[in-house]
Structures are given as structure tokens and as C-alpha cells.
Design a binder for this molecule. Sequence first.
Ligand code: NAD
Ligand code: LYC
Length: 641
Amino acid sequence: MGFHNFQLNHDFKTNPLSNSSSLTIPRCSNQLISCLTTSKTLNLTVFNQPTCLKDSKQSLFGSKPLKMQSCANSEMGFLKFGEKSKKVKKLVSFGVKVSNSVMDVGKVVESGDVAVKGGGGGGYDAIVIGSGIGGLVAATQLAVKGAKVLVLEKYVIPGGSSGFYERDGYTFDVGSSVMFGFSDKGNLNLITQALAAVGCKMDVIPDPSTVHFHLPNNLSVLVHREYTDFISELTSRFPHEKEGILKFYDVCWKIFNALNSLELKSLEEPIYLFGQFFKKPVECLTLAYYLPQNAGSIARNFIKDPEVLSFIDAECFIVSTVNALQTPMINAGMVLCDRHFGGINYPVGGVGGIAKSLAKGLVDQGSEILYKANVTSIIIDNGKAVGVKLSDGREFLAKTIISNATRWDTFGKLLKKQDLPKEEENFQKVYVKAPSFLSIHMGVKAEVLPPDTDCHHFVLEDDWKNLEAPYGSIFLSIPTILDSSLAPRGRHILHIFTTSSIEDWQGLSTKDYEAKKQLVADKIISRLENKLFPGLKSSIEFIEVGTPKTHRRYLARDSGTYGPMPRSIPKGLLGMPFNTTAINGLYCVGDSCFPGQGVIAVAFSGVMCAHRVAADVGLEKKSPVLDAGLLGILGWLRSLA
Ligand SMILES: NC(=O)c1ccc[n+]([C@@H]2O[C@H](COP(=O)([O-])OP(=O)(O)OC[C@H]3O[C@@H](n4cnc5c(N)ncnc54)[C@H](O)[C@@H]3O)[C@@H](O)[C@H]2O)c1
Ligand SMILES: CC(C)=CCC/C(C)=C/C=C/C(C)=C/C=C/C(C)=C/C=C/C=C(C)/C=C/C=C(C)/C=C/C=C(\C)CCC=C(C)C
């Protein structure tokens, strides 16, 4: 069941209503109309348009006057008409006639394109705030289940930190270019599956490695695609720890294989969860066992050499921005094995193509996405999230609201601060915003890179202590090693990033800000010149530097944060909230939900969220009694974290 989407606005002076006003609604599969009106007595009569029906000449609803059910908020009302008819699903359009010209209603606006001025309604199953990968996966998964979804994106293109931008013939990935979950095998290739669900498939280029580590004490480790190649490279450097290293990665495989054997859906939906326990008890118990554990403590069960433990810290830091002791073991198991199981694969044309394809797939399914749609607040009515308000005054209503903004933005900005529910207070006690990034996008002359240069590098030259320090470690991706079409001929893209906090960039004059950008970028580039590519500076053809302020502005993320990170040693993933929130009808998706940061991680949160929302709007099976029990238990478990 989905909603049709027309709105009423207040422009009645130019288009006064008459008894015969009518409109055509391009896509219809629902029977709920919402409208903005100051009147509580609007009547609508609904009639079918036989020409639009494939197979019916009968009236769909008959000619029924409908009464508006007014809400507590006098500005909003819901109009219900007719019982759902099976034929509704087959309809492509129908008409409505306003039978009572109530003054304040104004003209009826046709709105396949949701063109609403000065207010509006809408009848969506879900509104998704933000089109990051988390939001897009939730939206598309819901759309394929038959929901009518509206995605509202502040920026001009979809993708958020997995978006792209073009300059001088270069196509830059906004975030990094290491794609997990993008293979053609197993159950954990969630990006591939999300695209396939909406009929899209992207060509990918297999990366022969995940990352080349350049670490203190000249420790150089290439993470080969082949697991055995990686393990023999690592153990040849630390032969005395061979057994411990193998045991640690064996635990990773145990977790990965358990994950890979499950059908992945919402862990907050009891019929599914208990079903999985019934079908795969050993795997589910394995995951339950490792859920509260972290990679660092498991590594310490097997490994003693501090240098190997530091290497495992670096492995974890890449995917969690914290060391191994703070990285949930399930997340470590997932990424440290997926890179060998399905391998890292780069989408031809750039990472931005994933979001573009999902957005197109969403529209192909009859749902919608609006750009330059900056949501400034979530409308709460009687304790339930019922809609959103945009900075330009437009309002949209839906049965459920899904926020792909971070939890700090959702609960700190989109809802009134004083409304912070206890669950969110607890979340903020356990998790803090990770720092943001300084990013440098460069175009360089191709000759500066030695032949056989690897695509991704991680550089920490001298001191392990600097691993987590601001500007300490450098991430470098060179996606043109895999796809030369991203840059002009004879050029390569270097995308460099390093952690940096917004506090470092505040209170500066424009001149000082620009000077600081240049200074910091210069230091980072010099380090790469010394370590990897002599002559790098003089080969630069294009350079653009982004600071945490840039990330805050373009990604709408509080302080430009990369995502949540634990304040201290967490209990694995136990404290990470799923998708439901303390506010009825409001869900979160993205990296401040289970299982955390990362494109594949937010894709999983999107899959989970869509399943839970679909159950709540009646598109999937649900048991209210079991729901209450499970949600209670999960809430209690989180309180132990
Ligand atoms: N593997 C990699 O190399 C890589 C690369 C890029 C990103 N990432 C990961 O992606 C994760 C983020 O994904 P995500 O799905 O959580 O979200 P996101 O931050 O990427 O996207 C959120 C989107 O919501 C939009 N938005 C936010 N507030 C809004 C508002 N009020 N109104 C309208 N739109 C609004 C933003 O403009 C943005 O497009 C990060 O954790 C990061 O780890 C990883
Ligand atoms: C419910 C309960 C309580 C219990 C029960 C039990 C069970 C059944 C459980 C289950 C579970 C599950 C299913 C889980 C799942 C999980 C998952 C899927 C996870 C995932 C994860 C992922 C991740 C974390 C990822 C990440 C990534 C990232 C972040 C990336 C990044 C990258 C980068 C930055 C790159 C680098 C670069 C260079 C070096 C240049």
C-alpha cells in the first residue's frame, strides 16, 4: 500500500474552488489524503476516471462525501475515503472533486512532482530526510516493498559522503573510494543487493588489494585480495606470532561466516529474528556471543608482540576511527574478511554512481526524491512524528519519518533540544562525535606515480602514538589506478584525508582560514612526497582542500563528524541503537545507528530500517505482542552498555 501524492495549498484567490474542481493524480495506490487547511469541515468526493483504469468501468469509491478528521494541530487534517479496494493497486490515476467550496482550502494542485507552494500535505508511507547511502537504501528497500516514499535531500545531488563532484575534467569521490559489500557473492554484498533490488547493476573493477600500510619502523604491509597472500606477507614479518595472528583472523572468519549465512533484515523485528535463531542457531549464538566484544581484547588473547597489536589497531582504525580495543569485534570480522571474500571492487565511473543509480531506481519504483529540500524540523503531533518542515516553509506529511541525518542533528536540531529522550541521552553518554576530516582532492601528472602503484595507502611514518592524533595518519586513495576515465588523459586523482576537528578551524578570518588550509595541506603533501612519491608537489595540476567546516556545510553533519565513536571502551555493539527511536513514527538510519560508520554498515542499517518500517506500516508481517517484548529486551540490553 502506498500513498498518492497531491497537495492542497492556499492560493485560492487566483484559483477559487468551485464545486467542479478536480485534479488528476498521476500515481495512486492509496486512500489517505492529507491537506493543509484552516477549516475542519472540508468534504471531498472521490470519483474514478474510467479512462485511466486499465480494466474497470466501475466506480472505484462511488461518489462519497468525506469528512476530514481534524488533528490536534488545527493546521493539519487527514481525510480518509473509501475502503481499500484491490483495484486501487491497478490504478494509475483517479480524480477527486471538491464538493464543498470551503474558503480556506484553495486550489487543488496536481502534483506528480510534489510541486507545493506555501504548504502542502502528501500521503507517504515514509519520508526520508537525507539521501546518504543509508537513507537511499532504506528508501529503495521500502519502495520495492510497495511503499510510497519521499526522500528530501538538502544538497543538489544524492549520496552525501558517498557523493561526487566534478572539476576541470576530474570526477572526485567526496568520501573515500574503498567499497566493501560490492561483490557478486554471498549475503553481505549489500551494495550490490541494494542496487539489484531496484533493477540496477554497476560494472565494477576488482581491486587487487585493499590498502597498502606504511607504518612506523618501516613496517610495510600490503593487504592482498587473496587472504593467503596477505597472511603470508604479515607472518613473514612476524614469524614468532604466526600462530596468534592466524588465531585472531580465524575468529574474524568465524564471525564473517556466521553473518554471511544469515538473511539480513531488522534485528528489531521478532518474527524475523526468532526465525533466524530457529534456522541458524549456531551462527546466531556465535554472533550473540561476539556482540558485546571488541577486536583488541580478542587479539590480546592470542598475540603478545606490541607491534602486531599496533598493526591490528591500524587495521581497525581505518574502519572505525578508533583503535582495536574500541572496535566492535563483529565490525572487525565483517570488514577484515569481506575484503578477501568478495574483495574490494570499485564502481566504473566513480563511487557517486551508486547513489545516482539508487536515486533513479527509487523514482522508477514510483517514489520520489526532492533536492535542495532542507528539512529544518520534524513535525510532532500527539507525541508522534507525522511530517517535516523545510527551510522554505513547505511541509510534508507521512505515516513515518526516517532521518538519515546524524543523531546529533536529528535530536539536537530537527527536534526541539528539550525533547531529548532518555535513550538518546544514554547514546550520547556512550558515544561521542568522531572528529571530522581534512581532505585534499588533487589532480597530478601521471608520471609522478611509479608503475604498479597501489590504489589505497595508509601512512603513519614514525610513532604509533600518532595513530589517532589529529593529522597523525594519512589516508590516500588513487581511484584512477583502477578507472582512468575519472581524470583527463595523463593525469591521476589523489584523494588524501586525515582526521581534523572543527575547533581547529573556527574563529579564523577568511584570510587566515585560507592560509591555514594551504599550510596544513602543504605539510601533508610533503609527508607523502617524502614517503611515497618524490616530486609530488611539482606535479600538482589541480588542488582543492576541504576542512571540517566544508564537511559540515556540504554533508549537513554536526561539526562535520565522520560518525559516532565510543567515549571509552564500549561493550562491542551492544550500546549502538537500531532504527526505532523513543518517538513514535520516527526512525534513524545511517552511521549513528547499528552497526556504525562505513558505506556497507549504513547500507545494512538501511535494510534493517526498511524492514522495521515496512512492518509498522503494514507491508510486512508483524506481531505487536512480540514487538513490545523484543523492543523492551533490546532497550534493556543497550542500557547495560
Ligand atoms: N568506505 C568509504 O570509503 C566511505 C566513503 C564515504 C562515506 N563513508 C561512510 O558513509 C557514512 C555516512 O553515510 P550516511 O548514509 O549515514 O549519511 P551521509 O552523511 O553520507 O548522508 C546524509 C545525507 O543527508 C543529507 N541531510 C542531512 N541533514 C539533512 C536535512 N536536515 N535535510 C535534508 N537533507 C539532509 C545530507 O546532505 C547528506 O546527503 C559515514 O559513516 C562514512 O563512514 C565511507
Ligand atoms: C539482537 C541481538 C541482541 C542478538 C542477536 C544475535 C544476532 C543474530 C546478531 C546479528 C548481528 C548482525 C547481523 C550484525 C551485522 C553486522 C554488520 C553487517 C556489520 C557491518 C559492519 C561494517 C563496517 C563497520 C564497515 C566499515 C567500513 C568503513 C568505515 C570503511 C572505511 C573505509 C575507509 C575510510 C577507507 C580507507 C581508505 C584508505 C586506506 C585510503
